[in-house]
Design a protein around this ligand. Structure first.
Ligand code: TYM
Length: 359
């Protein structure tokens, strides 16, 4: 019995600056996964246009952000030669498969997506259809490569569950056809054995920074859209700005606890300890072993020095790379060509499975 080839896929939207949450929750972990896996890392520009133009900034801004996010991937240590780095819109098969998935996913499934509810806010009638259907395109991003593992932050968990539901329903709806064409891999679905064409992708979520919180409010996620720049560390921030933001980070007045249970109900302390742990590739317990009982007046300068040491070199490499647009564009073009070959292979099969005539 064959199994699905292990393959890692993930993406980041080119909407504004990348921040520490994107880096620790996603990109830094992608770098680690490159060692032992084939990886595809995507700048998901089609996802970036789902809100009003005034929100995403228009064409020039989108192009600038797409290049900047690519520069961030490379500066963080993604190897675009061994692996694939490209912008989503170059590979038309993502949108093509998303249409098929629009016809597989049910309204009820998408109605449950909390990110849509958050982003659409009260004025749902005025949200774009794209914002609503966005998780189907995300499923297509992943499944057009039949990717088996997707490293993301915790906020993407629900979208990955939906991706599995879509894969499952496609496999079930077309199981006879998949078997007839000999395109299936035998998998267990409850008590039944079915011929699967798509894998049930595993989310790779975890570590001490799966959900990095705002530096101003430990109960809110660090996000690009927070109006306060002090709430986040941007990957483009210089050394002084990084230090200042950590010094000003909201905390309570207690010293750090002597065991990790003591972080419960102390969201700001928990967040800063998690950031320290992720930047040193340890866990929160390890940080508490070193800093338990210490005041923030000791811990914050140590965290600021660590963050500067880890992030400032990335920021300066990003600035250097961002200035070289010809190089960035050549990386995306080359990655796009390699990705399109893989995506077209899947789509030829999908067209046959669904019944679309092709040459
Ligand atoms: P996006 O662009 O909002 O975020 C990119 C990655 O950063 C993670 N992240 C965080 N992790 C920890 N703490 C935070 N505060 C934080 N904020 C963001 C996100 O979880 C994500 O991993 N829908 C996706 C992009 C996407 C995608 C895909 C991802 C499109 N297609 C296919 C994986 C596979 C998004 O909007 O991520």
């Amino acid at each position: 019995m064959s199994t699905f080839e292990p393959l890692v896929f993930s993406g980041v939207q080119p909407t504004g600056n990348l921040h520490l949450g994107n880096y620790l929750g996603a990109v830094r972990r992608w770098v680690a996964l490159q060692e032992n896996n084939n990886c595809i890392y995507c700048v998901v520009d089609q996802h970036a246009i789902t809100q009003a133009v005034s929100v995403w900034g228009g064409p020039a801004e989108l192009q600038r952000n797409t290049r900047e996010v690519t520069a961030a991937f490379l500066a963080a240590g993604i190897d675009a030669e061994k692996h694939i780095v490209f912008n989503q819109s170059r590979v038309r098969q993502h949108a093509e498969l998303a249409w098929v998935f629009n016809c597989i996913a049910r309204m009820g499934w998408l109605n449950r997506m909390t990110q849509f509810k958050d982003k659409a806010g009260k004025d749902r009638e005025n949200a774009s259809v794209g914002l609503f259907a966005y998780p189907n395109l995300m499923a297509a991003d992943i499944l057009v490569y039949r990717a088996t593992h997707v490293p993301v932050g915790e906020d993407q968990k629900q979208h990955l569950e939906l991706t599995r539901d879509i894969a499952q329903k496609f496999n079930t709806d077309f199981s006879d056809r998949i078997a007839e064409l000999g395109l299936g891999i035998e998998t267990q679905s409850g008590d039944e054995t079915i011929q699967s064409f798509f894998p049930l992708t595993e989310p790779v979520i975890g570590g001490p920074a799966a959900r990095v919180m705002s530096l101003r409010d430990g109960t809110k996620k660090m996000s690009k859209s927070d109006p306060s720049d002090l709430s986040r560390i941007n990957l483009t921030d210089d050394e002084d700005t990084i230090s200042k933001k950590i010094r000003k980070a909201k905390t309570d007045s207690e010293p750090l606890p002597s065991d990790i249970e003591g972080l419960n109900d102390r969201p700001e302390a928990d967040n800063l300890v998690g950031i320290y742990a992720a930047l040193t590739d340890t866990d929160k317990a390890g940080v508490i072993r070193d800093f338990g009982g210490q005041q923030f007046s000791v811990f914050k300068p140590a965290l600021a020095d660590l963050a500067v040491a880890k992030l400032a070199p990335i920021a300066s490499e990003m600035r250097r790379l961002s200035a070289d647009t010809a190089y960035i564009d050549s990386v995306l073009k080359n990655g796009g060509e390699r990705a399109a070959i893989l995506a077209e292979k899947t789509m030829r099969n999908v067209r046959d499975i669904v019944g679309f005539l092709q040459d």
